[in-house]
Write a protein that binds this ligand. Structure first.
Ligand SMILES: Nc1ncnc2c1ncn2[C@@H]1O[C@H](COP(=O)(O)OP(=O)(O)OP(=O)(O)O)[C@@H](O)[C@H]1O
Length: 254
């Protein structure tokens, strides 16, 4: 992006997630520990870390669903809670199962749209985009996990936001769905959006993301491009294993 001297600050910070010494403590647990990094537009940024590393907590803090103990998380230069029309600036899929099972997919999205000043045409558009148009009038309670993931993605896209976050969106998806997510993430990024994506599937992440942020025990471990990591290690998985070796809290039983 070319920065001109007369650009207003909001333009410069457009489509950026910025963490500044973000910290969250739950009792004795330091879930996020002085985390600072920036997520830029135009490519997918993978957010990696062992179980309990603080990825979901970080995303919740960015979305104002929880308050930081100290530090701050900014979207487009502002805290989420001070954005007047948040769905139009940032969309997220955190927990696909957190939907009212008695509602149809269409009604679920329509309620969200109405409370955010978004018209019904957009509901039809996102249902089409995620491949749920044919089941729009079916109750969400009967949806498979993969269909719920698609509905969660439709909710995130509803406000056509420039910043998107997805917490393990490929969970429960069949190979066709996994490829669909990969293509969707890449095309959203190619449109100039900022995409933060968490997943434990390293091979998939290597195909989807261009930049990687790795956290462990709430702290930043590494920030690099996939190309940099795979130049230093045999694969992204090897890089991840080596870099997080001292941060795994819940190792597999042997
Ligand atoms: N509401 C909460 N109350 C107490 N502790 C919490 C809460 N939310 C998260 N934690 C703790 O904070 C730490 C980070 O959890 P978080 O869910 O953010 O990790 P994660 O990286 O998303 O893990 P996973 O890969 O398993 O989803 C964990 O030790 C977790 O138990």
């Amino acid at each position: 992006m070319v920065r001109r001297a007369d650009d207003p600050p909001s333009r410069i910070l457009y489509r950026v997630i910025e963490l500044q010494r973000l910290t969250k403590r739950y009792g004795d647990t330091l879930a996020v520990d002085e985390l600072s990094f920036t997520v830029q537009p135009g490519h997918v940024t993978g957010f990696l870390g062992p179980n309990g590393a603080g990825k979901s907590t970080t995303m919740r803090l960015i979305l104002g669903l929880d308050a930081p103990t100290s530090g701050q998380a900014l979207v487009n230069g502002r805290r989420y809670t001070s954005i007047s029309r948040p769905m139009r600036e940032v969309g997220a899929l955190l927990d696909a199962s957190a939907v009212h099972g008695g509602r149809t997919a269409y009604n679920h999205l329509l309620c969200l749209a109405r409370t955010n000043g978004i018209g019904p045409m957009r509901v039809a558009e996102v249902l089409e985009q995620v491949g749920l148009a044919g089941v729009a009038r079916k109750r969400v309670g009967g949806f498979s996990l993969g269909m719920k993931q698609r509905l969660g993605i439709a909710s995130a896209l509803l406000g056509d936001p420039g910043v998107l976050m997805f917490d393990e969106p490929v969970n429960g998806l069949d190979p066709d769905g996994v490829r669909w997510i990969r293509d969707l993430m890449r095309s959203l990024a190619a449109e100039g959006r900022t995409i933060l994506l968490s997943s434990h599937l390293m091979s998939e992440m290597a195909l989807t993301a261009e930049r990687i942020v790795i956290v462990g025990r709430g702290k930043l471990i590494a920030e690099a491009t996939v190309a940099e990591l795979t130049a230093r290690y045999p694969s992204l998985e090897d890089a991840y294993m080596a870099l997080t070796a001292n941060s795994v809290q819940y190792g597999a039983a042997r």
